[in-house]
Design a protein around this ligand. Structure first.
Ligand code: NAG
Ligand code: NAG
Ligand code: NAG
Ligand code: NAG
Length: 322
């Protein structure tokens, strides 16, 4: 390159160009033109060079630091894709081998396809339909367990009663339980910096729409006697704003679901005998009666009380349990 740009470098080299200038004064007619040509050449070169540099840096900048939108919630869980893929294989190959025909690569591909390059505040149920189709799974009748404000205890119970299913015991729920994720309209990557917050940013965000959509499907598929584990330590053990109170009860099919059986569990430190007669439980009862689904309620259901006592064996209410 240096060789071809000879004239330019000569002009830049002080002493050489001085010599040239002296020589040029003697060769009269040509020198004015060649001097102009040299200046134009330099200008052109500088222009082309800066244009090239501009493009190169522009591309590099796009690659390195995409301008992701900033949200109020925590960003995508690190290694999200790997975690979801690993959980999919663990679930379908080890935990529920009857699902081993599921294609985890395809499932995770569908997940990414649903989320990437999209505004995380413009989600609808339709966005997750391909994923939901790929992960269909049959939960046997009488084995569905909903929960509200009792997540940990519900999962301890299904850990022991392996034939029971909370949403997080189904493939789709299991894959993303406890994770955060969102993409960005202007990037084909996940946003690890921040994701929309339900309150602070938007309700129709990547994760809220996911949980509402899969909760709805989970309830639609329930049959027989279904259970719900509620937290008696809250005055509104049944909360109309919870996923259970907003989505799940309204998507039970009365022709498939005969009865909803509530287990209201108090914290071991403050056991009430009458948790089933709380006014919020009455609200639940009347919603179900309007939907032609039978309702029964039991406070401090013994099998689950045992689980609480495993953690707290010395508590007086655990002495008389057997
Ligand atoms: C999502 O919610 C935001 C406001 O929270 C609204 O502006 C937007 O139109 C909604 N998008 C869709 C697709 O419903
Ligand atoms: C999922 O759906 C397909 C097609 O509808 C069906 O053949 C398959 O049995 C379903 N799998 C499960 C586990 O329900
Ligand atoms: C009820 O909620 C409280 C507060 O979130 C929690 O500490 C407790 O374990 C819950 N109780 C049950 C029975 O799930
Ligand atoms: C449900 O949400 C609405 C609005 O977000 C709020 O005004 C109301 O107090 C909530 N109800 C309960 C039972 O938490």
């Amino acid at each position: 390159m240096d060789h071809r740009l000879g004239p330019v470098s000569q002009v830049e080299d002080g002493p050489v160009s001085q010599v040239e200038d002296e020589e040029e004064e003697e060769e009269d007619p040509c020198c004015n033109i060649s001097k102009k040509a040299k200046i134009w050449g330099i200008l052109l070169f500088v222009l082309v060079l800066s244009a090239i540099l501009g493009v190169v840096f522009g591309v590099l900048k796009l690659h390195q630091a995409p301008q992701l939108k900033k949200w109020q919630g925590a960003g995508t869980t690190l290694h999200f894709r790997e975690i979801v893929l690993g959980r999919c294989y663990a679930y379908t190959q080890l935990m529920k081998p009857e699902l081993r025909v599921k294609d985890c690569q395809k499932i995770v591909g569908a997940f990414m396809g649903a989320v990437l390059s999209k505004d995380p505040c413009g989600f609808t149920e339709e966005d997750y339909q391909p994923l939901i189709k790929l992960t269909n799974q049959t939960v046997p009748c009488d084995k569905t367990l909903f929960w509200s404000k009792s997540r940990e205890l519900a999962h301890q119970y299904t850990e022991v009663q392996q034939e029971m299913f909370t949403l997080e015991n189904t493939l789709l729920g299991y894959m993303v339980d406890g994770l955060k994720w969102c993409g960005d309209a202007g990037s084909s990557e996940l946003n690890y910096q921040s994701c929309p917050d339900w309150r602070g940013d938007c309700a129709n965000n990547t994760m809220s729409v996911f949980w509402d959509t899969v909760s709805k499907r989970f309830a639609e598929n329930a049959c027989g006697v279904v259970q719900v584990l509620l937290n008696g330590s809250f005055s509104n053990a049944f909360n109309k704003n919870s996923t259970f109170g907003r989505v799940e009860i309204y998507n039970l099919h009365p022709d498939k679901v005969s009865t909803l059986q509530a287990w209201v569990m108090d914290n071991i430190e403050d056991v009430h005998s009458d948790s089933c007669s709380a006014s919020s439980i009455n609200d639940l009862k009347s919603i179900l009666s309007n939907r032609n689904i039978k309702f029964t309620c039991q406070s401090n259901y013994r099998p689950i009380k045992f689980l609480q006592c495993v953690k707290n064996p010395e508590h007086s209410s655990c002495n008389s349990l057997i």
